[in-house]
Design a protein around this ligand. Structure first.
Ligand code: C2E
Ligand code: MG
Ligand code: MG
Ligand code: MG
Length: 287
């Protein structure tokens, strides 16, 4: 029987594998509780127009602080949440909470500020995904045209027909679409033309390796040129130093996000940055 087989398989696992399974189960239990205990929060990382240095948007990034486990990295618990289905209520909470927060900044005078929210594959594939987004936008009275959904290539490029229909529905509403972690998935450049997206977000792994002899710089250059020729905007993530900024400026990258200007911040720390007309280069700010 399946049960007996299961037990047998369990016996074949090495102690190391058993340990990992236990750790994962524990994490899952904690995540379920985290949910009801208010341990989940959002941080916001500024996205800047590279030419002007103005903050044009923020990306909402989920945070989990467990009193038992400490701060747990999203790279650990998001995949688990996807696997277990917890990403569905979690993702809705993120969207609602972020719309409420950024909506309050809109009403405080920063009405142009865009909000970028990460959407997991499992959320996007829900048959009623659009209805759920609509409901949250209505409930929070959030301006559709200020919302950008960040999705990875693999999320949108599977099940092509359906995906294109959903993306088109979003686009019709004025919702922006950004291809996250661009260059790391199975990018089909051919597909790119037929997907109604607005922006590609170059994965930070490319930038972290500008000096490598493997031509990362040439690849970024080509990605920017290609996106622009398709009428897409380009944002680079993971910008950490001045050399990267200079490189991106020379290649006319449109927007940037990274520790060089700001880490993901608590909501209360954002207004100070929004009040500035532009964020100075850190060196300038120090002198
Ligand atoms: P992502 O969407 O690609 O988000 C960018 C990640 O890069 C964030 O990590 C951010 O803190 C980090 N980052 C930003 N600037 C820099 C930099 O200059 N240098 C370096 N080294 N890193 C930088 P974070 O917050 O740990 O999130 C990791 C991933 O978890 C996200 O990658 C996203 O895929 C996922 N994630 C986070 N929040 C959510 C969410 O609400 N929903 C879903 N579905 N996924 C989320
Ligand atoms: Mg993202
Ligand atoms: Mg990314
Ligand atoms: Mg990522």
């Amino acid at each position: 029987t399946a049960k007996a087989e299961g037990r047998q398989i369990y016996r074949f696992f090495s102690p190391e594998m058993n340990r990992r399974i236990q750790a994962k189960l524990l994490l899952e239990q904690h995540l379920r509780l985290a949910w009801t205990r208010g341990e989940i929060s959002l941080h916001y990382q500024p996205q800047l127009d590279l030419k002007t240095g103005a903050v044009v948007g923020v990306e909402a990034l989920v945070r989990w602080h467990s009193p038992v486990l400490g701060a747990v990295d999203p790279e650990r618990f998001i995949p688990l949440a996807e696997e277990t289905g917890m990403i569905l209520p979690l993702g809705e909470w993120v969207l609602r909470q972020a719309c409420r927060q950024v909506g309050s900044w809109h009403r405080a005078g920063y009405s142009g500020l865009r909000l970028a929210v990460n959407i997991a594959a499992r959320q996007f594939r829900q048959p009623d995904f659009i209805d759920r987004v609509d409901a949250i936008l209505a409930e929070t009275e959030f301006d559709h045209t200020r919302l950008v959904l960040e999705m990875t290539e693999s999320t949108v490029m599977e099940e092509t027909e359906e995906a294109i229909m959903t993306l088109t529905d979003l686009k019709v509403r004025g919702i922006g679409l950004s291809l996250d972690d661009f260059g790391t998935g199975y990018s089909s450049l051919n597909h790119l033309r037929s997907f109604p997206i607005d922006q590609i977000k170059i994965d930070r792994s490319f930038l972290s390796d500008l000096q490598s002899p493997f031509g990362q710089a040439a690849i970024i250059e080509a990605m920017i040129a290609m996106a622009h020729s398709l009428g897409l905007r380009v944002i680079a993530e993971g910008v950490e130093d001045k050399a990267q900024v200079d490189f991106l400026m020379a290649r006319h990258c449109d927007e940037v996000q990274g520790f060089f200007w700001a880490h993901p911040l608590k909501a209360e720390d954002l207004p100070a940055l929004l009040r500035a007309d532009y964020l100075p280069f850190p060196e300038t700010a120090l002198h």
